[in-house]
Design a protein around this ligand. Structure first.
Ligand code: DX5
Ligand code: ZN
Length: 220
């Protein structure tokens, strides 16, 4: 399957959001939208007004990455906003004693692709019981909460391990998304390890030439 580039709107210019939305429409594949609550992660970002505004202009699928506690309270609302993909953190499910497999199933019932995310300190093995319920897995390659952090190289091994387990469970259709510090330098190695969706914030919107950055990351 072809590798998809998902620029993270967190790094966009919010005073010129329309221009950055057009950049994704023309030169990338997916809108990655980071929703943070200041509780699950130590930062706040944006919510419905921004997602709904982007939805009006988006000609690419929207991927909502929920870094919030009790994400299930908002699944329906984000699906209504037009999200094609929604992910939540395994940490958020565990915190409230919820079964991540059931939550993934409930996302699928809403007609969206269901994703399960983990931070770098969660062993990938904790994902294994839930893999068959997921459409994609989001491996954080920095601790969730902020853009512009340094890529953690051990993520490569985690992705390769997860890819091997997906193959072992005959779940080749479950995609791996990687998020945090992704750019031209590490994209080839990430794809080789088994990542199929590359989230990139600062390496796209912070680049001198964002169009070129998109092309270079995708072509890698
Ligand atoms: C971090 C977010 C990321 C972030 C990526 O918690 O989930 O999507 O925006 O930004 P960069 O690519 O700058 O690390
Ligand atoms: Zn993200």
């Amino acid at each position: 399957m072809a590798v998809k580039l998902a620029p993270s709107i967190l790094a966009a210019d919010f005073l010129n959001l329309g221009a950055d939305v057009e950049l994704v429409n023309k030169h990338a594949d997916i809108f990655h939208l980071d929703v943070m609550d200041g509780i699950l992660v130590p930062n706040l970002s944006f919510g419905f007004p921004v997602v709904d505004a982007i939805a009006k202009k988006a000609r690419r699928p929207m991927d909502v990455h929920l870094m919030i506690v009790k994400p299930w309270n908002y699944f329906e609302r984000f699906a209504k906003s037009g999200a094609a993909m929604i992910s939540f953190h395994l940490e958020a499910a565990k915190r409230d004693g919820k079964d991540a497999s059931e939550l993934l199933d409930s996302l699928k019932k809403l007609g969206v692709q269901a994703g399960l995310a983990i931070n770098p300190d969660i062993p990938v093995e904790e994902l294994y019981p839930h893999l068959e319920h997921a459409d994609f897995i989001l491996i954080m390659s920095v601790f969730a909460g902020f853009g512009g952090q340094k890529f953690m190289p051990e993520s490569l091994e985690r992705i390769a391990k997860l890819r091997a387990e997906l193959d072992r469970q005959s779940l080749g259709n479950v995609r791996i998304e990687v998020d945090g510090g992704v750019g031209t330098a590490n994209a080839p190695a990430l794809v080789k390890a088994g990542a199929e969706i590359l989230v990139a914030g600062s390496s796209v919107f912070g680049a001198e030439d964002p169009v070129r950055a998109c092309e270079t990351i995708k072509c890698n």
